[in-house]
Design a protein around this ligand. Structure first.
Ligand SMILES: [Zn+2]
Ligand SMILES: [Zn+2]
Length: 278
């Protein structure tokens, strides 16, 4: 069954994310538990949290993902930033537990001089500090790979899994993978990229996809999302991707822009059109 939905706001209370998702005609989704640009605790109202759980169950909306703060940097060699990152991740995991959300998504961050191996060591040891509640899984997201950010190469994802004691899984962002140099613009390229992901990481551990088209070309390392089919991945690539055997049962979360008079509802509809036999 096709699971597709959008990153939704929790303005006015986390329960509002469910109504917003239903407006987009989405049936899974993602939230920030607080503003992602600042260090802040989720601080969820228990009544709103209960309403979120009930409404999601009743409307069969899920899985949900919490996307951690953009400030989190698991790879960092700086002690202060590392500790803030660990504390922030712990708060996200606890929020997920409170909301019955199964996934907390995180980027590896930037090694800022520690090197690839050092950065992966830092990330794994930071993950090892976390107390992960039952029923919650940490997803490490693929990155566009600019600067010293890790996660652009599938080997980085496999590398952190090898080093950590946590049972992590993965989120593949199509715009990031494309920008990082994995072509997704033709059916053949989609086949090759997913085969490579399978070889290096394993498709059985691909728990979520961030389905975004890209405003920048393959290999540019530039992270700017486009409407589904309207970027440089394009319709052929997106159609092949959403219909690929490896992807058909993976939830697709949209982080597409709101511009040109198109928002999430347009993109959800576009995915449904591209998907065959739905
Ligand atoms: Zn992300
Ligand atoms: Zn992005």
């Amino acid at each position: 069954m096709l699971r597709v939905g959008a990153h939704t706001s929790i303005a006015g209370g986390v329960h509002n994310a469910v109504d917003e998702q239903l407006e987009y005609e989405g049936n899974c989704g993602q939230i920030f538990s607080h503003s992602p640009q600042v260090w802040q605790d989720p601080n969820l109202d228990p009544d709103n949290a209960a309403q979120f759980r009930d409404s999601s169950a009743e409307a069969d909306v899920g899985p949900w993902v919490i996307h951690s703060s953009y400030l989190v940097n698991l790879c960092t060699p700086k002690d202060d930033l590392r500790q803030k990152s660990i504390d922030s991740m712990q708060a996200e995991l606890d929020a997920a537990d409170q909301l019955d959300i199964g996934y907390v998504n995180v980027h590896l961050g930037a090694h800022t001089g520690a090197g690839v191996e050092g950065g992966l060591d830092n990330a794994a040891s930071a993950l090892d500090e976390l107390d992960v509640p039952d029923g919650v899984t940490i997803l490490v997201e693929s990155d566009a790979g600019s600067g010293t950010k890790l996660g652009g190469e599938f080997e980085h994802l496999a590398g952190v899994r090898k080093r950590t004691d946590q049972d992590i899984e993965f989120c593949l962002d199509t715009a990031h993978a494309f920008a990082a140099g994995y072509d997704l613009s033709t059916p053949e390229a989609v086949d090759d990229t997913l085969a490579e992901f399978d070889d290096v990481v394993g498709l059985e551990d691909l728990a979520c996809v961030h389905l975004n088209d890209s405003k920048h070309d393959c290999g540019t390392n530039k992270d700017e999302h486009a409407h589904v089919g309207e970027g440089l991945i394009g319709d052929d690539g997106m159609r092949a991707f959403v219909n690929h055997d490896a992807i058909r049962d993976v939830p697709l979360v949209l982080e597409t822009p709101t511009e040109d008079g198109r928002g999430f509802a347009w993109n959800v509809e576009r995915v449904k059109e591209l998907r065959e036999d739905e």
